[in-house]
Design a protein around this ligand. Structure first.
Ligand code: UDP
Length: 416
């Protein structure tokens, strides 16, 4: 594994105005209790997807709070990511027969990476990719180990879960997005903590509407016409083809509507390019469908602009761990039409802060309702923003992590 350089500095004090004095003082007190402890986060990729997004913001904030926080990513050959993507799909319900060779490679990568572990009071391993590290750690008891699962395991393919479960249970605790995600057969201390977004990151920080519109115009959009936006890896579970189908139904009634789909090609997602190609083919050269990736130069600031310039944000997932993009859009005051799956259901209160849908037709119907009713859009957007402020801002994650570090970690020095 190798360390991810933490280039940004963040100041907890900058968040006080957003979260209010009471929450800020509570954070300061927790920071005092956790100060001086060390923490190492380990995941599969430094770029692309929700976990990387969270860590790049959370680690600097933990540092400002006084925790000696670090972030490392695994070193692994491409074949490992093919296996972990399959495991990810199986945990979301697909059938999978993992071969003995695949299981061996999965463990071999964990063994090699575990040999490079650095000391920390608390080690937080994220998702299946990092679940076996503790098993191969030379002296696992030198740290408190926690596994954080960002995936919805309610329909997990049992043989794959049975393979992973012993690795999970070796940890001192595991963290889950929702109680419903926790496997009933898991024997372990369990914590429930939903992921969060950083309101001051480049992706979410305030941006005048005029600036957002100027950026979007530069990418070829007509800002006088309605814009639907989905920001997601190109992945079957994000249903990019279904999004295009829903857009087509909307277009029958609102011919001017445009659709933007933005998808980063993540380092640990070998299916990305293939799904991008399929999505492009499905769009049949429609000039009102725009497909962009990070490789085109659509990065955090552009994502920020597109989400703000959207008339409606769509997140038509068929399975979802949490769906950070939903919180990102709600925080920006944009109403969201999203799949009624995974952690999306704790972000959107149906018909209050957005619409939860289960089909292409329903997605189209709810989108049309929003497109035709500016007052409904405003009302839902306001409700959504307040819900995010209350539950899904990074300061809530920071609070949980500080609590974890001070309650689970042994006094400083244990790991040295
Ligand atoms: N994202 C991005 N550019 C893209 C696609 C996604 O920056 O082209 C970001 C998105 O804004 C969000 C994260 O990647 O912060 C995706 O997290 P989410 O929880 O929605 O989905 P995951 O990829 O983890 O399944």
């Amino acid at each position: 594994m190798h360390p991810v350089p933490i280039a940004t500095t963040k100041r907890l004090a900058d968040y006080a105005a957003i979260i209010g004095d009471r929450r800020y003082e509570e954070l300061r007190a927790l920071a005092k209790a956790a100060a001086g402890r060390s923490m190492l986060h380990i995941n599969a990729t430094a770029y692309g997807g929700g976990v990387a997004e969270i860590l790049q913001n959370l680690v600097p904030l933990l540092r400002d709070a006084g925790v000696d926080a670090h972030w490392a990513v695994l070193d692994a050959p491409p074949a490992f990511y093919d296996i972990t993507k399959k495991i990810h799909n199986a945990l979301q319900g697909m059938e999978l027969d993992l071969s003995e060779q695949e299981k061996e490679l999965f463990q071999e990568v964990a063994r090699e990476n575990a040999a490079q572990l650095t000391d920390a009071d608390v080690i937080l391993a994220h998702d299946p990719q990092a679940v076996a590290l503790r098993h191969f750690a030379k002296d696992p008891r030198r740290a408190t180990w926690v596994w954080r699962c960002h995936i919805d395991l309610t329909t997990a393919h049992q043989p794959v879960w049975s393979f992973l479960r012993p690795f999970v249970e070796e940890h001192d605790a595991s963290i889950w997005t929702m109680p419903e995600f926790v496997r009933p057969d898991l024997k372990q201390k369990v914590l429930i903590q939903a992921p969060t977004i950083d309101p001051l990151s480049l992706k979410n920080q305030d941006m005048p509407v005029s600036a957002a519109r100027a950026i979007v115009r530069r990418w070829g959009l007509d800002i006088e016409r309605p814009i639907l936006v989905q920001v997601s890896r190109f992945d079957p579970w994000k249903d990019p083809l279904g999004v295009i189908d829903a857009y087509r139904l909307v277009k029958v009634e609102v011919p001017g509507v445009q659709l933007v789909m933005i998808g980063s090609l993540a380092d640990d997602d070998p299916e990305g390019q293939e799904y991008l190609d399929r999505t492009r083919a499905h769009a049949h050269g429609d000039p009102d469908v725009f497909l962009f990736t990070n490789l085109d130069g659509v990065k955090d600031q552009e994502v920020n602009a597109f989400q703000r310039a959207a008339t409606v944000v769509v997140q038509k997932s068929l399975r979802e761990g949490f769906g950070l993009v939903v919180a990102e859009a709600l925080w920006k005051g944009v109403p969201v039409v999203a799949g009624k799956v995974g952690g999306i259901v704790i972000q959107i209160q149906d018909e209050v802060s957005g619409f939860l849908v289960t089909s292409v037709e329903e997605a189209a119907k709810c989108t049309l309702e929003l497109l035709k009713d500016p007052a409904l859009r405003r009302g839902m957007a306001d409700a959504g923003r307040e819900r995010v402020r209350d539950k899904f801002l990074i300061t809530r994650d920071l609070r949980d992590q500080l609590d974890l570090v001070s309650s689970l970690a042994a006094p400083t020095g244990r790991a040295s």
